[in-house]
Design a protein. Sequence first.
Length: 398
Amino acid sequence: MTFYDDLETRSADAREAAHLAALLPILKRIDETADSCLVGAGKVQSLADLHHLPVLRKSDLSAWQKEAPPFGGIPTQNITRVFQSPGPIYEPGGNSPDWWRFARFLHAAGIGAGDVVQNTFSYHFTPAGAMFESAAYAVGAKVFPAGPGQTELQVQAAAHLGVTAYAGTPDYLGAILAKADEMGVTLGIAKAAVSGGPLFPQVRAGYADRGITCLQCYGTADVGHIAYETKAMDGMVVEETLIVEIVTPGTGTPVAEGEIGEVVVTYLNPDYPLIRFATGDLSAVLPGQSACGRTNMRLAGWKGRADQATKVKGMFVRPEQVARLVDRHPEVHRARVEVGHDGKGDTMVVKLETDGGQADTYAASVSEVLKLRGVVEMVPPGALPRDGVVIADLRDVG
């Protein structure tokens, strides 16, 4: 077994010392910035002090960016691109090799020189396409920048170009393979690096039956790569250039090992530092080390959303969007979004408590406000549970 670099097998003490050495100059720079966005940055002398700093949430980032566009006064450098995610929230990008640090994941998935990667992540507005393209270059692979959609053309290109590896959402690979079967085309895809949605056990098993090794990673548009699966299949190893904490949602207080809490990331990138950024995702730290030999901490995978925001077909649906949907129609009292999976892709049912109205009108509003199509069910007032849940994720992620 080969590792991407020596960082993956260093001791915990060496890792902590390196993280602190990278963190302190970043905090000093932030503390010296006029109108510093991080109170108390200069008081951190060790990683143990980090949890005393406030947690940065997407809502905070969005508010800062409105006051000081595009990046909210965060001291950036070497930024060459600007991306936009729903919110809107703006994310920067740089041109240095593997700026978002996904190469470690591609290496763990066996992707490298000699591979042709069909990158089906979007290259527009959001940075996912650029993230995986720069990582593929870093491991020596060639890239077909396909982006999403036009599945028949995806099949034709994969066959003509001799594509050996796929990068994209877990479900879209299945769509490409199904279209290839329909067209009578044999593809040479043997490796898949997926993200942007849950990889369900039955989906992974289906790819394995076709001879495709499919591994997933975890990242966000704001901080890039966070953690990744290895072929040991024993959790997700945390990216070496980050500090990851698991905290009690709403407090920022670290939880005990093994307890589920919110993933908070300190992004040790001097070009765009984010300190204690709350991802909104729930996970837990697994005890011990991976059987693959990598020594960094491992996450137990995705365990839900701290803020109920849920990724459906690669797009987040947020509680505030559901509230806007209700506000559009005075006769609608409540709404509940139920997310499922039918073995092929994500499904979304939007249940509306209403005194009347037209299903077609509601469906149009769902598409416009939630940015996704879903099945609309009208139910009488009082029919939805009063449990505080507006987005129910009913998918079994194993």
